[in-house]
Design a binder for this molecule. Sequence first.
Ligand code: PRX
Length: 695
Amino acid sequence: KHVSSGAGHVSHLNAVTLGESVAAEEVDFVIPSKDFAAQANIQSSEQYLEMYKRSIEDPAGFWSDIASEFYWKQRWGDKVWDENIDIRKGKIKIELGGHVFCFFDHLLQWFNGGITNISYNCLDRNIEAGLGDKIAIYWEGNEPGLDDSLTYSQLRDQVCQVANYLKDNGVKKGDAVIIYLPMLMELPITMLACARIGAIHSVVFAGFSAESLSQRIIDCKPKVIITCNAVKRGSKAIYLKDIVDAAINDSAQNGVSIDVSLVYENPVALKRVDTKWKEGRDIWWQDVIPRYPTTCPVEWVDAEDPLFLLYTSGSTGKPKGVVHTTGGYMVYTATTFKYAFDYKPSDIYWCTADCGWITGHSYVTYGPMLNGASVLVYEGAPNYPHAGRCWDIVDKYKVTTFYTAPTLVRSLMRDGDEYVTRSSRKSLRVLASVGEPINPSAWRWFYNVVGYSRCPISDTWWQTETGGFMITPLPGAWPQKPGSATFPFFGVQPVIVDEKGAELEGECSGYLCVKNSWPGAFRTLYGDHERYETTYFKPFAGYYFTGDGCRRDKDGYHWLTGRVDDVINVSGHRIGTAEVESALVSHPKCAEAAVVGVEHEVKGQGIYAFVTLVDGVPYSEELRKDLIVTVRKQIGAFAAPDKIHWAPGLPKTRSGKIMRRILRKVASRQFDELGDTSTLADPNVVNQLIELSDS
Ligand code: PRX
């Protein structure tokens, strides 16, 4: 039988079986211990290859078998999956709150005809299987000593109360609900409550500014917003409700009004009496939710009904509302969680990501809970009140699986080993990383110092759009190479193409695309299906284009090399250069701005902004600060430029296109490597930029 090239990429694995001695030139392999491999869910590269092969040759059979482990009110039809990339003739409608919001040309469906509910599968199914008294969520507050927990039964009770409240306030299947909460238990509770009644949640990371929030409100027109009055992160209080109030006012001016704002009272950060209030619209969570019944019938939804909308940055224009649907996402997040983290029912799992990002959707809430896992949710800052807090938490809860981002690893590494080594960490068995490439030195520190050189590291490569892991180690199944995300997950066929879209074989480097579909793939961009097709399916015909560069080495291992588009990855957060530029130019004294990413020791990439001021306006420290404040206000503190570089002019071609290639070189002080500047309209601007580079 024909095996597509996806399986070909990993065939070398036959030669790299566990326990075998590794050739001298391959000393960069880190081999999982025999003890670990012996207990792992996937114990060898052969076992992986066999399953992988089937997942590619028979995706329908492979995913159907897994999907059958979940509860379906009605089983899917004969066609387990259906994709139409090239033919472009499928016409399907998806409805949000009764309004048709897009027509599909690029059609992708998994488990079509199936009827299910993901909240039911996370809660009721597990409770019926005897997990009612198992802890679903351990919650650790920002202040040491403040904690809480919920069993699966208690979690379902609270989910039902919130679901009933939402229904009572007119939220129906297909309506959007915006959640703007910090990492309280109420955040996953609310997500699951929306899913229970078929409402579409859109979680907005609580670090986004009022303007960003209002942009999202205007786009998806939620029936209800759920927030809290304030939160403390580290020693700093953040007044979330003030931000929500400002966003609601702003959206009202743009014709979108919000009638209900449910506010969780977080007395540690702000007292009720000190919270600004609008009677009739604002309502305290604690005043209403406990009054609702703890049971709520499930709204059964189609496999292809939308589950959530999550906004993410692109290289141009406003943020994109990534739409994930129910059935495929459910099956995919559960399966990736189980295998990439070698999940065992006795695990205590901690993912440091916020539910405001995709990682918190797929791997704080849905993936773990579909497996009936005990999840730790931490409210605070990872280095508060000291740099050893993470390891105190690991010891307190006997965390077995610790999933974080390279930026945190690097910052803890900088704080010194003593903060780590004073803790026990004996409970740890799997470490994992996400958000950006993990540099080999950080990988080794994580592995040797944090994990006693015995915990495999799952470096999971994926995206908001992919729903779940795409390229990831399966701990125990094969040797790792520090810094490589290794091999594709079941059903995923990564291909590396050149600029013309030709598939490259063997050792190569180029643009990372994916051939064929996988169940967790997003289905559209909310309200802009054309952008979905243009951004992801047009650049390389017949493939999904990831926007990332990738190298495949002689052993078939994948090495992600970062974004190839105008997206910057700051501490694992995706920021579009266009968004930062448009915030900068909104300042009345800024005439033009061009933003590039520059290497940053801890954050991975930093934001470097070239700014041209309006004629006659002098440079000043005050103005520099003012520009940074403008970006913080419009996007959020995490998008604030690290550097403002005054630019009397920007390097442009004669047709007026900014040459970012040159700006990247100037930003990283590689003045000798500017390349050809002869096509610039005014080559002299480059000299001016170099002269001002230390200004
Ligand atoms: O560039 C890749 C990088 O993060 C991008 C996706 O960002 P976002 O949608 O915000 O999702 C982040 C969490 C999944 C990718 O295009 N990225 C993510 N994980 C890795 C990574 N780059 C290298 N290695 C990773 N493990």
